[in-house]
Design a protein around this ligand. Structure first.
Ligand SMILES: C[S@@+](CC[C@H](N)C(=O)[O-])C[C@H]1O[C@@H](n2cnc3c(N)ncnc32)[C@H](O)[C@@H]1O
Length: 800
């Protein structure tokens, strides 16, 4: 025993909380367990009569005591667990003996409901029997107080038979038996032996209910589970539609021979195939995944499917895990490719710079305290730090705390950056002109969508670092001064421009933005750029990247007139799915406003909207509809394919109760994607796609109600076409959603909507897809086209 507490317990140590003799403790423990967990007050008397029970447990306890002395590792917790298990078993036994003690089941029962009782009870039975035999307890002393192995097993068998009766003559999926009874496959095709360790009536009815009510879901889940099992698939021996005999055998341990105690006949229903391998390689997404196409350009043309690299333990994890996997689970080696990566070196450099800058600006406009923690009473309009009332509540300063430190902590939540040093600040303060220019930068770096700086998700449209700030502005520097080769592999040592064969390190969005800035500072002095990247990207890579990217190529000076040879002829498609706020604060026109240039509306996080207090003339629509009216042509948001915005619309999207959403009054139906208000769905064999899977709904919905979002990887048209070619070579199925300028590929990553089928010629669609602008971004929702009943398959036309 590790801390000696059991020893103390047994010896009645006065410091121990129990302060009783071991036997007293034991009795109390048992009584506590049995009475509190399993016995109702009325039945307690019956229990008290069971003196044999206490004798039995005391014998066990003695044995434990003896073992504890010899086994210093045995902890009190383990001992108590054994007792707890014994108590459970004894209670089961009492139940069998018509002591109706199962009023209140404890965790053991819930464990058994989760399908663990097989191993659990089997182990417990064995433990107890071993104990009894080891301590020489004579079994079957009297019929009345029969606690023999046989008696215990008899109890279990009778429960088996109870289930058997329930099942007799019914249609059952073999998977069900397999799961419920730990079916052992027999050699005989017509018979499957069932090794059954104990079943409770409650479980029988529960399982039956589940099966009846939710057969499809249940079965597809079993298919998942069984696929994960190690033993041979039972489906091979499941002759479809035939009646097979299922035998319940009694078997305690590997050493005892099994004896058939009962048989029944069940008809095997059509078998469920194991899910094809590729279904497990689909990564569930919570939200759309923005593909970094710059990375993809460095990828080989044929996109690998996940299964190419999938490892068995990851596969197992995928099957077991309810929560979605992230790609880094599947591709640990690619973890740094995720666009969630926020901690690049470039990021850190930039942040240091921003910290310095912010303090600088605050210092300019407000007083700076001795320790450089700036305090100010309102949010500074120059820096665009959040305006009160326009940011989510959780970002607002608590208790009026508007210190720079606090704002930093909110804005850079989760980031572990150092604060700027005094030296840095001092050097910056020397030049107030610099400070102003830095202010411009700061404005552009602040993402008003995420309310954070340099979020890495939403790039500013114009990241133009002011030339004044840097002495070496790239464009002004027509003939850049080239450094001598920096490293052995330096780009300037490479004779031929064979850059296209180079496989670069991954360029994150942040790297790209930083790269643009560095270009302005250092021109095409790739070695210097590589230095400021801390060699994350070598000079060779920088040169290659600039050369292969049209937007940089225009500016980059070709060394010795060398031209790019194999330029990709892929035109970059403008993806307007992600709205990026504009960066001006005056009236919108097509010159100054990037939203207007793209024929988009300004959103609430655009600076022009913020500064004009919502009076931006190019701002998006909001509505004033009555409750529930946002699903028809009278709602301007609905007409414009926008979801209602609780911050702006005056419909019921806006209603809140005590600052939190109250679902009962949260009745606007045009807000499903934003609030993730999808219906409960499940995947099962499709009635329309022969041999394929389909999406089913578990609850009734009304016409136009939101069902779920079609999630996946956001790609451009050219990337979409490239992928389709690759997929077509492997499968007939497509998971790419194409509509207008929206391209969502749910092949490798996506939501359940990827399983929704088309109605074909057999039926009419019951749903339709529609894209909606939500917080500026385009998202695709599936909506009911008519009232839909629970259990119906979701069908919508992919193209219309
Ligand atoms: C998005 S997937 C739908 C899920 C798919 N049923 C599965 O088993 O994974 C779309 C593909 O399913 C197939 N499909 C969808 N509706 C179908 C239908 N009515 N009849 C036949 N095949 C269909 C087509 O191959 C289509 O490319």
């Amino acid at each position: 025993m590790s801390d000696g507490s059991l020893e103390k317990l047994l010896q009645g140590d006065s410091h121990h909380k129990f302060r009783r003799t071991p036997l007293q403790v034991l009795k109390e423990l048992l009584e506590e367990n049995l009475s509190a967990r399993l016995l109702s007050a009325e039945k307690r008397k019956q229990f008290e009569k069971c003196s044999f029970l206490c004798d039995f447990v005391i014998t066990v306890w003695d044995e434990i005591h003896k073992r504890c002395k010899n086994d210093p590792e045995l902890e009190e917790a383990n001992v108590l667990r054994i007792l707890d298990q014994s108590a459970f078993l004894i209670a089961s036994f009492l139940k069998y003996k018509n002591f109706e003690v199962f009023e209140k089941a404890g965790p053991s029962l819930s464990m058994s409901l989760r399908g663990l009782e097989g191993d659990f009870l089997h182990q417990t039975v064995n433990n107890i029997i071993c104990f009894l035999r080891a301590v020489g307890v004579k079994l079957q002393e009297t019929p009345e107080h029969d606690i023999s192995a046989e008696a215990i097993w008899e109890f279990l068998s009778s429960a088996s038979m109870a289930l058997l009766k329930e099942l007799d003559g019914q249609k059952v999926r073999l998977e069900y038996l397999f799961e419920t009874f730990s079916v052992r496959q027999s050699d005989s095709v017509s018979e499957a032996n069932v090794l059954f360790y104990g079943i409770l009536e409650r479980r029988i009815s529960l399982l039956k209910k589940v099966i009846e009510e939710n057969r499809r879901k249940f079965m597809s889940r079993f298919a998942d589970l069984t696929a994960n099992r190690q033993y041979v698939s039972p489906f091979r021996v499941a002759p479809e539609g035939r009646t097979i005999s299922v035998a319940f055998s009694e078997k305690f341990s590997k050493n005892t021979s099994s004896k058939v105690v009962a048989k029944t006949a069940v008809t095997v229903m059509s078998k469920i195939e194991r899910l094809p391998y590729e279904y497990f390689t689909w990564v569930p997404l919570k939200t759309n995944y923005k593909v970094n196409e710059i990375d993809l350009r460095n990828e080989p043309i044929s996109l690998p499917f996940l299964e190419d690299n999938i490892q068995s333990e990851i596969y197992t994890k995928l099957l077991k895990q309810n929560s979605p996997l992230v790609e880094s689970d599947l591709f640990p080696q690619n973890a740094n490719r995720m666009n969630t990566e926020r901690f690049s070196l470039a990021d850190k450099v930039r942040f240091d710079f921003l910290c310095t800058l912010t303090l600088l600006i605050l210092e300019k406009n407000h007083s700076v305290s001795a320790d450089h923690m700036c305090t100010y009473s309102s949010v500074c309009p120059e820096t665009y730090l959040p305006l009160i009332g326009t940011v989510p509540k959780n970002l607002l300063p608590i208790n009026g705390d508007t210190t720079a430190e606090f704002l930093f902590s909110r804005l850079f939540e989760g980031r572990n950056y150092e604060r700027p040093t005094v030296q840095k600040l001092d050097s910056c303060l020397n030049n107030s002109e610099q400070a102003q220019d830095l202010g411009t930068v700061l404005r552009k770096w602040f993402c008003r969508k995420c309310y954070t700086y340099a979020c890495g998700e939403h790039l500013p449209t114009e990241v133009s670092l002011p030339q004044k700030f840097f002495n070496l502005a790239y464009e002004a520097n027509a003939t850049p001064v080239l450094s001598p080769p920096c490293l052995n592999g330096c780009v300037f040592n490479v004779e031929a421009p064979s850059w296209y064969g180079v496989r670069c390190h991954v360029w994150t969005n942040e790297d790209v933005v930083a790269f643009k800035s560095f270009l302005r500072v250092f021109g095409n002095n790739w070695c210097d750029i590589a230095t400021v990247f801390f060699q994350k990207h070598s000079c060779y890579e920088c040169a290659f990247f600039a050369e292969s990217n049209s937007s940089f190529r225009k500016k980059a000076t070709k060394k010795n007139g060398q031209r790019k040879k194999n330029q990709s002829n892929r035109n970059s498609t403008v993806i307007i799915m992600d709205h990026i706020h504009c960066s001006h604060d005056d009236d919108c026109n097509s010159e100054n406003c990037s939203c207007k240039k793209q024929e988009l509306k300004c959103e609430k996080y655009c600076p022009c909207y913020l500064l004009s207090q919502g009076n931006c003339r190019n701002s998006s629509t909001c509505c004033f509809c009555e409750n529930g009216k946002c699903l028809n042509g009278q709602c301007p948001c609905f007409i414009e394919n926008r979801e209602c915005d609780p911050d702006r619309c005056s419909c019921f999207a806006r209603l809140r109760k005590k600052g939190t959403w109250d679902e009962s009054i949260y009745t606007c139906k045009n807000i499903g994607i934003r609030t993730k208000a999808h219906k409960r769905l499940f995947i099962a064999r499709s009635d329309y796609h022969e041999g394929g899977w389909g999406l089913f709904i578990t609850e009734p919905v009304e016409k136009h109600e939101f069902i779920c979002e079609y999630k996946g990887e956001l790609v451009s048209l050219d990337e979409c076409e490239r992928r389709e070619k690759s997929y077509q070579a492997m499968t007939d199925m497509t998971f790419v959603f194409k509509r207008g300028e929206v391209y969502i590929d749910a092949t490798r990553k996506g939501g359940k909507a990827r399983f929704a089928n088309e109605p074909g010629t057999k039926a009419l669609p019951n749903c339709y897809s529609r894209y909606k602008r939500t917080m500026g971004d385009i998202r695709v929702g599936i909506y009911a086209d008519r009232n839909i009943q629970a259990g119906e398959e979701i069908l919508f036309k992919y193209e219309c």
